[in-house]
Design a protein around this ligand. Structure first.
Ligand SMILES: [Fe+2]
Length: 347
């Protein structure tokens, strides 16, 4: 039956003490047919929390089957377990609970339960009719579960989108303050555009491109840790100043790694000064040990730097810059990246 298609229907069996044998037989038959039947003394743990156990079970149930009999009519509602179960069931809305009065024998159907559609288990097709009623209930429960699941997915997707927007705004703020500190304007967006073009030309997947985009945006994030007097020094750096300047990839690493959302973007900020031949910093990585995002970015970074004015030198022309990049293929740069870059020229 379809009650087991998504999750078994939870059915609480409510009965008078005197009917326990007949109800136990019904419990066994329902369980065999894939229904998650709850019969007080079979499934629950009588004891100090007996009342709580019954109320909890009824709250979690999809259906309360009230097993009616002459005994039930005489004693049922005076019996505390029945009272707890039915009072709890009545607290739920009709969408949440479904009561099936199930007559174990020919007897009166109590006034308070008459509005519910009852089944006569003592008739030949009584059990089939009960299963049909449960099947209809199972369809409603599973449809509602699917709806809730879908809604939950939409909420998660929407939250992720909100989170991505918030992070992007934070990143843009960092980039802007870095550009102000360095007295540069717009150079980061040039670098990002060209890095993404080169990465696409090299067949990098769309998924990885987002990490590359963020990594290129934050490539010099580590400059936040460098004193401004050194960062904007007009002349040549002395040895100590170089040492401090060269610590910026490590600063970037220390800032980004604790942020789960940005961790995948760390390759460029941490490794963009590594050289193909192993002479770079901070770790002296060699050839493909350098993350591909950083190998791509470093060509673009050098190209952009050389073709733009600096406080300490005038910009180079295109021809001179391209010649330098070609010369550095296999030294500073990955030869495959240089080859792909040269195909993009003129930009
Ligand atoms: Fe850098």
């Amino acid at each position: 039956m379809s009650t087991t298609a998504k999750r078994p229907l939870k059915v609480f069996l409510c009965h008078a003490h005197a009917d326990r044998d007949a109800v136990h037989a019904l419990y066994a038959r329902l369980t065999k047919d894939g229904v998650d039947a709850w019969l007080d003394k079979e499934k629950l743990l009588p004891g100090q929390d007996w009342e709580l156990e019954i109320k909890k079970a009824v709250r979690e149930a999809d259906v309360v089957a009230v097993c009616l009999s002459k005994q039930f009519n005489q004693a049922g509602f005076r019996q505390k377990e029945v009272k707890w179960a039915l009072d709890t069931a009545m607290e739920k809305t009709e969408r949440e609970i479904f009561i099936i009065p199930a007559r174990l024998e020919e007897c009166e159907t109590l006034e308070s339960l008459r509005k519910w559609h009852w089944v006569d288990l003592f008739e030949d097709d009584g059990f089939e009719k009960l299963m049909l009623a449960l099947d209809i209930r199972a369809q409603t429960v599973n449809a509602s579960l699917n709806f809730e699941k879908k809604s939950a997915n939409e909420i998660v997707q929407n939250s992720n989108l909100q989170l991505a927007i918030a992070y992007d705004a934070t990143i843009q703020g960092w980039v802007q303050s870095l550009e102000w500190r360095e007295g540069k304007n717009g150079h980061t967006s040039r670098l990002v555009d060209l890095t993404l073009r080169l990465a696409r030309a090299m067949g990098v997947s769309e998924e990885k491109l987002e990490d590359i985009r963020i990594g290129a945006l934050l490539h010099d994030l580590g400059y936040m840790g460098i004193p401004e007097a050194i960062l904007n020094k007009p002349g040549v750096f002395n040895e100590d100043e170089w040492k401090i300047m060269r610590s910026h990839p490590q600063y970037a690493y220390d800032m980004l790694m604790p942020i789960t959302y940005l961790r995948a973007a760390v390759d460029i900020p941490y490794c963009h000064h590594e050289n193909w031949d192993g002479t770079g910093y901070p770790r002296g990585l060699k050839d493909v040990a350098i993350p591909v995002a950083a190998r791509i970015f470093s060509v673009v970074d050098v190209y952009d730097s050389l073709t733009n004015n600096k406080p300490y030198r005038k910009s180079w022309d295109e021809e001179k810059t391209v010649k330098y990049i070609q010369e550095q293929s296999g030294k500073k740069f990955d030869p495959d990246v240089v080859a792909a870059f040269l195909k993009l020229i003129p930009l």
